[in-house]
Design a binder for this molecule. Structure first.
Ligand code: ITT
Length: 203
């Protein structure tokens, strides 16, 4: 079976990728399965730049086809923050609860209709020869007044889907996986992979 490395140390993100790509004809390997992993310096200004860094760093080190994924929450009323700093918005240690609280504090007093936000997910594919491609998916919603539900991870208890008037935390992964930023980016990644295989097949 073909192998694909997913260059993430985030277990919940990895789980979502595995669930969404469950039917894929690849065995997914994560950073946790590798003996030694080079440090990835995530200093890109965009999700795409960071996704490319993750994919290229690990592809170069392993010689294997690698997927890099960088994602986050962008809140309109906060000028797009936390954006690429989503994982560590409240401090060096990744803490979902503190991150959520910081977003709520910053939005204190802002009415619901002005709490528009989107999630963004960039996925890059790279192999030893370099970058294969990079794609992006977005999912639009509102930031709830308080956390609700504990499905998903990160900002999901705050991310309200207007169509359901419920957060991703309340809706659960079945619904999330049909409309999320990650789902949309991974649908495009499937196309990249198909083209990649086609090319590999050509002498
Ligand atoms: P890796 O870099 O190792 O992949 P990470 O958690 O640091 O792990 P990112 O730099 O891409 O990954 O930051 C992603 C953060 O964005 C994540 O920690 C959450 O805070 C937020 N986020 C991204 N996708 C999310 C989702 O589907 N639901 C909730 N929060 C999400």
């Amino acid at each position: 079976m073909k192998q694909l490395i997913v260059a993430t140390a985030n277990k919940k993100k990895l789980q979502e990728i595995k669930e969404i790509m469950a039917d894929l004809d690849y065995r997914i390997i994560s950073l946790a399965d590798l003996d030694s992993v080079p440090r990835i310096i995530e200093n890109g200004k965009t999700f795409k730049a960071n996704a490319v860094k993750k994919a290229m760093t690990i592809a170069r080190a392993t010689g294997l086809l690698t997927m890099g994924e960088d994602s986050g929450l962008c809140v309109n009323a906060l000028g797009g923050k936390p954006g690429v700093y989503s994982a560590r918005f409240s401090g060096k240690d990744k803490n979902d609860e503190k991150n959520n609280q910081k977003v709520l504090n910053l939005l204190s007093g802002v009415p619901l209709k002005k709490r528009r936000a989107h999630y963004c997910c960039a996925v890059a594919l790279a192999d030893t020869n370099g970058l294969v491609g990079v794609v992006e998916g977005k999912c639009f919603g509102l930031i709830a007044a308080e956390p609700a539900g504990n499905a998903g991870f990160g900002y999901d208890p705050l991310f309200l889907i207007p169509k359901y008037n419920k957060t991703f935390g309340q809706l659960g992964v079945q619904i999330k996986h049909r409309m999320s930023h990650r789902f949309k980016a991974l649908e495009k990644t499937r196309k990249l992979l198909e083209k990649y295989i086609e090319k590999q097949g050509c002498p």
